[in-house]
Design a protein around this ligand. Structure first.
Ligand code: ATP
Ligand code: MG
Length: 182
C-alpha cells in the first residue's frame, strides 16, 4: 500500500451501546477465535480497497448524493463462513438496507470506482478463526439505523482501527416525503 493510499469502506458503524451488548453476549458464548474489537463492530456496505488519500473529498461528494431512509435492522441469525468467520446477520434483510447499498454502488460506479463483484450479504463480523458454530445462541439485537459512514481501515499497535472520515444521516420518515396522520 502506497504512503498516500487509504484502505476505505462505507459501513454502518455499530452504536456503542449496541456494540457493548453484542460483545457481552459474544463473551458468554465462550468460543475460541479472534474477536473483532468491540469498537470495530460494523456492517460493511461497500468495500473500496486502497485509494489515494486525495480522493476522499470526491468520495464525500459521492456519499452525499445517497438519499435513503432510516430503517430497523434485526440481527437474529448467527452464521459461520468456511474460513471460520462467525457473524451476526438479519434473517430478513430490510429493503431500505438494500436500497442504501444500491444507491451507494450506483454513485460509486459513476466515478468508476471498482467494487466487489460478489452480491451484498448483510453481516456483522464477530469472531475470526472460529472452529465451531453454537446452535443454541439465539441472538436478537435491534439496531435502529440512522446513519452511515466512510471509514479508513488503519493499523496501529493494538491492531486494526477504523477511522470514520465522514458520516451521513439517513432520511427520517418526515424527510422521506411520507405523511403520517395523527
Ligand atoms: P483485518 O483484515 O485487519 O483482520 P478487517 O478485515 O476488519 O481486519 P479490513 O480488511 O480493512 O479490516 O476490512 C474492512 C472491512 O471491509 C471489513 O468489514 C471487511 O470484511 C471488508 N472487506 C475487506 N476486504 C474485502 C473485500 N475484498 N471485499 C469485500 N469486503 C471486504
Ligand atoms: Mg480483512
Amino acid at each position: 500500500m502506497k504512503n498516500d493510499d487509504l484502505r476505505l469502506f462505507f459501513a454502518l458503524g455499530c452504536p456503542p451501546e449496541l456494540a457493548e451488548a453484542i460483545a457481552t453476549w459474544r463473551s458468554h458464548l465462550h468460543l475460541p477465535g479472534r474477536p473483532v474489537a468491540t469498537a470495530n463492530l460494523h456492517l460493511t456496505l461497500a468495500f473500496l480497497g486502497q485509494l489515494p488519500r486525495a480522493r476522499v473529498a470526491e468520495l464525500q461528494g459521492l456519499g452525499g448524493v445517497v438519499h435513503a431512509p432510516v430503517f430497523d435492522l434485526h440481527l437474529d441469525r448467527l452464521g459461520r463462513h468456511r474460513n471460520g468467520l462467525l457473524y451476526l446477520a438479519p434473517s430478513h434483510t430490510p429493503e431500505a438496507l438494500l436500497e442504501l447499498v444500491e444507491q451507494l454502488n450506483t454513485s460509486l460506479s459513476s466515478a468508476a470506482i471498482q467494487l466487489e463483484s460478489r452480491p451484498f450479504r448483510a453481516h456483522l463480523s464477530l469472531l475470526r478463526h472460529c472452529p465451531t458454530q453454537p446452535i443454541d445462541a439465539n441472538p436478537s439485537f435491534d439496531w435502529p439505523v440512522t446513519r452511515f459512514s466512510l471509514f479508513a481501515s488503519e493499523q496501529n499497535t493494538r491492531g486494526t482501527h477504523y477511522r470514520p472520515l465522514h458520516t451521513w444521516p439517513l432520511l427520517c420518515d418526515e424527510q422521506d416525503g411520507g405523511f403520517s396522520a395523527d
